[in-house]
Design a binder for this molecule. Sequence first.
Ligand SMILES: [Mg+2]
Length: 241
Amino acid sequence: MIRYALFDLDDTLYPPAAGLMEALSRRFTQCIAEELGISLEQAEALRREYGKRYGSTTRGLALHHHVDIGGFLAKVHDLPIEEYLQPDPELGCLLDCIDAQRCIFTNAPEAYARRVLDVLGVADRFCRVFAVEFSGYRGKPDPLVYERVVAELGASDPEIVMLDDVRANLLPAAQRGWTTVWVNGRGKPADPQDLDGISYAVGDLWEVARVFREIGLLDEAHHEEWNRCLLRCPLGRRRAG
Ligand SMILES: [Mg+2]
């Protein structure tokens, strides 16, 4: 029986079209350039290289340039979130329909994650925020991070469902036996051959009702409530499941 629903934050709780992740990505490169005194092109190249070599740019920055990761990430995430996101009462209503303890599981710093939740107006829907500090800046998809989350929750692996827009982040979870939902942001489900052990793929968070129904997190009454939430959303943006 599933008792915990772990939601990624960026591009999962809000759609990629919001543009916040794009802005973060630009700022990340800018901050590398400023920190190391190099050009944007050089910063971009370094970012790709460290990402490939260490699975995390910040690890490369810490190893090779002694960058203080906490301070660096705080600077990267110092963005006017309100310019990208608005309060989303329908999202709150959707989250209320799910019969599980809801947590955030993100590679972003905790202060930023809480600001995003505040702007969306859903901070009170989550009992825990597992941010990048929790894992000592290892972040997803390092398998150790998933281990720590399980221990911290006092849960067993089959009790957890995880939702994330990044497929690679779901693979260690799938290997542990968590139920995994790839919220791929393309507005349509992924090809089955792309799943690679991932339990489900949905186009966006608004299609996830069928998954929650199937895994027992959404009963019939709440499913009807869920559909009512969707009907209150702007036409064409979200569809009833
Ligand atoms: Mg994400």
